[in-house]
Structure formats: structure tokens, C-alpha cells
Write a protein of this length. Structure first.
Length: 259
């Protein structure tokens, strides 16, 4: 049993160690894997931006003048917005494809903030098109940076858990049975996450990007770490109590099932 636990922990170390290193050594791998999610998220955010008036047009004399000018050309501007929206999906897909070319100079925008994402001024299609392109590129860089940060947290916490599991299996070999509890929880979480990544990458990245799901997974890992620390520091007292309670409950359930 203890050998199985150690092999499981070692496999987890290799998987999450490699995945964590990849976020630094070759982040483009994750960018390409998340292409569908990136296109959907960028399109969603840019469509929202197209309907938002820039902050500098809200207050002051210049703002009032700008609004009056906008009102005079309201119909024209509305038409331009519709033209931008109509081709937005294809434009986002094209720009995302170019951004995922590691040799493209456009990837330099990912290393700096682009204020253009809040300053799209639609006075003519010729003027708005380049701004829209830079907005999409800026959104790409922002979302990729956030996604890589979440991936590093996700892979690092799992890497730490498997490392702790392996370390305790050597430090406390007599507690192989209690170690099954955190090991099972950890393997279960890994299998579910891997299934999402392999069979539904867009879902995986969407869930990872969602703060509420992130908090839920963090809570799950806290429970796993709590069991591991109990085994390491308190001779598995809490874990043994949980195992005994589960054994008694299962025994009562099976005893009530007629043959």
C-alpha cells in the first residue's frame, strides 16, 4: 500500500511539476490550448467596451461639447458601431491567431499596458479599426496574463500537495491507511481537472478563470492539506477518527441491505 502511495505521489509530482514549469518555459502552449476560450472572452469584453463611453467624455466642458457633437452624428456613430460588431468575431479570431505566432511583433503589446482599451473613439471607421485591433491585442495580453497566473497557482498548489504526500509517506510509513484519505481526494481532483483539460479545454480554462471556482478548489486543497498535516504532526488522530466514522457508517448501511 505504501509503495502505491509513493508511486502515485511521484506521478503527481512529475505531472504538475512539468505543467508548472511549462507556464514559464513555454506559455504559448497554454495560449494555444486556450484559444477558443480566449476568443470568446475577448469578444465578450470588447463588445462591452464598444457600448461604454470613455471616462473623459463624462464630465467637464470638453465632455459636454463632445456629447453634443456625438448627438449630432448619433445615427452615423451607431452605424459604425454596428459595422465593428458585425465583423468582430472574425476579427478576434484573426488577431488571436496572429498573437499566438511567437515570431509576431504584435506580442510585444503583452508586456505593456494599453490605455487604448478604454479610449475607443468612433468618429470614422478608418479611425476606429486600428483602435479596435489594438484593443483586441490589449485584451489578449491582459487575459493571458491573468490565465497564466491562475495556472501557476493551480499547478503549484497541486505540486506542493503531492510533494507533501510523498514526503509524509517516507516520514510516516506506518500511517499508510490514513494517507489514503488525502491521496484519494488529491487523485480525484487531478482526474477531474485532467478530464476537463483533455475533453473540454474551453470549460477547463473558463472554470479556472472564474474566481468562485478558484475559491472552491482552494477550499478543497485546504481540506487535503489539513489531512496531510494531521498525519505529519498529530499522528493521524483526526484522519483515523474520520476513517473509523466512515467505516461504521458504511457497515451500518450494508448491514441493512437484504441479501
Amino acid at each position: 500500500m505504501i509503495s502505491t502511495l509513493r508511486i502515485t505521489a511521484l506521478i503527481g509530482l512529475v505531472i504538475f511539476g512539468f505543467s508548472f514549469a511549462l507556464t514559464f518555459l513555454s506559455p504559448i502552449h497554454y495560449e494555444k490550448a486556450a484559444r477558443g476560450f480566449l476568443e470568446w472572452k475577448i469578444e465578450e469584453q470588447v463588445r462591452t467596451r464598444l457600448d461604454v463611453m470613455p471616462d473623459e467624455m463624462r464630465n467637464g466642458r470638453i465632455a459636454r461639447f463632445a456629447r453634443s457633437m456625438a448627438e449630432r452624428h448619433d445615427t452615423e456613430i451607431a452605424g459604425l458601431r454596428e459595422q465593428l460588431r458585425a465583423g468582430l468575431k472574425d476579427k478576434v479570431a484573426t488577431i488571436v491567431g496572429r498573437m499566438q505566432d511567437v515570431s509576431c511583433e504584435c506580442r510585444q503589446v503583452m508586456t505593456r499596458a494599453l490605455n487604448i482599451v478604454t479610449r475607443l473613439q468612433i468618429s470614422s471607421l478608418e479611425r476606429a479599426e486600428p483602435q479596435l485591433r489594438r484593443m483586441i491585442e490589449g485584451q489578449y495580453g491582459e487575459i493571458v496574463a491573468d490565465l497564466l497566473r491562475e495556472l501557476r497557482i493551480f499547478t503549484a498548489t497541486n505540486l506542493g500537495a503531492f510533494a507533501l504526500l510523498l514526503g509524509i509517506s517516507f516520514a510516516r510509513p506506518a500511517h499508510a491507511k490514513p494517507l489514503l484519505v488525502p491521496a484519494t481526494l488529491l487523485v480525484g481532483a487531478t482526474v477531474v481537472a485532467s478530464a476537463f483539460y483533455i475533453f473540454g479545454q474551453n470549460w477547463f480554462f473558463a472554470l479556472l478563470y472564474n474566481d468562485y471556482v478558484g475559491f472552491g478548489y482552494t477550499a478543497w486543497l485546504v481540506i487535503i492539506y489539513a489531512f496531510l498535516l494531521d498525519i505529519a504532526l498529530f499522528q493521524a488522530r483526526i484522519t483515523s477518527f474520520v476513517l473509523d466514522a466512515m467505516t461504521q457508517v458504511m457497515g451500518k448501511v450494508f448491514s441493512t441491505i437484504p441479501c
